[in-house]
Design a protein around this ligand. Structure first.
Ligand SMILES: [Zn+2]
Length: 455
């Protein structure tokens, strides 16, 4: 018989409309799946976890993060998007060794798990050699979370790979498909991280989209952000090439026109908003309200820890505050009598869970606490100074909780965090991997006077 675990007496936010919220409910994990959710399950022969001080939610989904950058965390706090291209993609990325990618992915994926993120889309544009790709996958696998390995371009030179690039996405993705992802039902799945029109010439765009579709994987692309790509009219160009489709996720979308957003919606496209970096780095204002007006329910993403923290609590609050600020500002400027629709905390939690899973192509197996789905479950302790007392558990999660409340995390039925600690992780080894990569990589960029001395 498979291992069974009963979470007893929690405040369950299932994010499944059929099940709803249970104030004092049980959830049974059987093997890798959720077997039952109900007010009082009569089960024996199982481990019982007392969830009476916990809000039980489906694991968060981060729909876009360049996880390899974790070992250069905080390197570009004051950077604009244009600075970032220079420092991170032109100076640091070409210097990355396969071991740095491994260290970055392992550390970043474990950071995600620690923060209650059970599904991570790793937008991996660091495939400088096939060894880099192998090490990226090894880091994700070792962390034990659900991940979409989103294979992107090498970053051996900004001039070669970005802005009118004539270099096609490497065919090595075919080897990766065969070697690591023969089916699409594993804990790790494959996608293609494409650059898109403006970043490369139309013939390359067509090649890359056709390559992804030939091997049967979804596509993720940054569009319409910042002062340069904001003017590329990327959706219009993709439309002209006949490439828009329901297999594609469009990240950022800040400066897309209404016509472009409508084309994304009409062709079944999906979206990802990274509110903190978008506001800090000059991508443009998070387009949440505009997406919703076109019927597009977004997912949420961290993007880069070179400028932003790696948890979704921060991103949920940034998204919530900005979107509402934009509406309130409109009310003031246009002297509106009636307040246009405002996003609520439940919308935000949906974006961070069930919509994230849909956008990452794993909505059939995660994103909600639905019997039959895989057991990706998070227990957030609410008996803490920052979360007491609970009135509306959704409000507690979205507006009060942080990573310190993440007590227990299951991925695919396996406890990867228990009692506030990552399971089977040696913190000393992680620190040493992180700092040795950092020390090596920082020799490849102009050191700043306020940085810590090399180790
Ligand atoms: Zn990004």
């Amino acid at each position: 018989m498979s291992q069974r675990t009963l979470l007893r007496g929690g405040l369950i936010l299932s994010m499944d409309p059929e099940i709803g919220d249970l104030h004092g409910g049980d959830l049974l994990i059987d093997g890798d799946s959720i077997a039952a959710v109900g007010p009082s399950l009569d089960v024996s022969d199982c481990e019982v976890i007392d969830a009476s001080s916990a809000i039980v939610i489906p694991g968060f989904v981060d729909s876009h993060r360049h996880t390899w950058e974790t070992v250069i965390r905080g390197v570009a706090p004051d950077a604009t998007l244009n600075d970032y291209f220079d420092v991170v993609l032109d100076q640091l990325a070409p210097a990355y060794r396969p071991e740095d990618v491994y260290a970055g992915n392992l550390l970043g994926a474990l950071e995600a798990v620690d923060a209650g993120i059970t599904t991570l889309l790793d937008w991996s544009h660091i495939n400088n050699t096939p060894d880099h790709s192998d090490e990226a996958i090894r880091g994700l696998r070792e962390a034990g979370l659900r991940a979409v390995y989103c294979y992107g371009n090498p970053n051996t030179s900004l001039a070669d790979w970005w802005f009118g690039s004539t270099l096609k996405a490497p065919e090595d993705i075919r080897r990766i498909r065969d070697q690591y992802f023969p089916a699409d039902d594993g804990l790790l799945t494959l996608a293609m991280a494409a650059r898109g029109p403006g970043f490369c010439v139309p013939e390359v765009v067509r090649h890359d989209w056709e390559l992804a579709r030939d091997i049967g994987v979804p596509i993720s692309v940054h569009v319409g952000m910042g002062t340069v790509a904001g003017r590329f009219r990327m959706i219009e160009q993709l439309d002209g090439l006949g490439l828009l489709g329901p297999d594609t996720t469009y990240i950022h979308c800040n400066y897309l026109t209404d016509e472009e957003l409508q084309r994304v919606a009409d062709t079944g496209g999906m979206t990802s908003v990274a509110p903190t970096v978008e506001m800090q780095m000059g991508h443009g204002l998070p387009p949440t309200g505009r997406l919703l007006a076109h019927g597009l329910r977004p997912s949420i993403s961290v993007d880069v820890v070179t400028s932003a923290p790696g948890d979704l609590f921060t991103q949920m609050r940034a998204l919530f505050a900005t979107e509402r600020a934009l509406v309130h500002d409109r009310v003031w400027r246009e002297e509106l009598e009636e307040i246009p629709p405002l996003v609520g905390v439940r919308d935000i939690l949906e974006f961070a869970t069930v919509e994230g899973a849909r956008v990452c192509g794993v909505g059939d197996r995660t994103g909600s606490l639905t019997p039959g789905k895989k057991a990706d479950v998070v227990l957030l302790r609410f008996d803490r100074i920052n979360t007491l007392p609970v009135i509306d558990p959704v409000a507690t999660v979205v507006l009060a909780a942080d990573t310190s409340n993440v007590d227990t995390v299951f991925v695919n039925g396996r406890a990867v965090k228990r009692d506030g600690r990552l399971v089977g992780v040696d913190p000393g080894r992680l620190r040493s991997l992180a700092e040795s990569s950092r020390d090596y990589l920082l020799t490849k960029t102009a050191r700043q006077p306020h940085w810590v001395p090399a180790g």
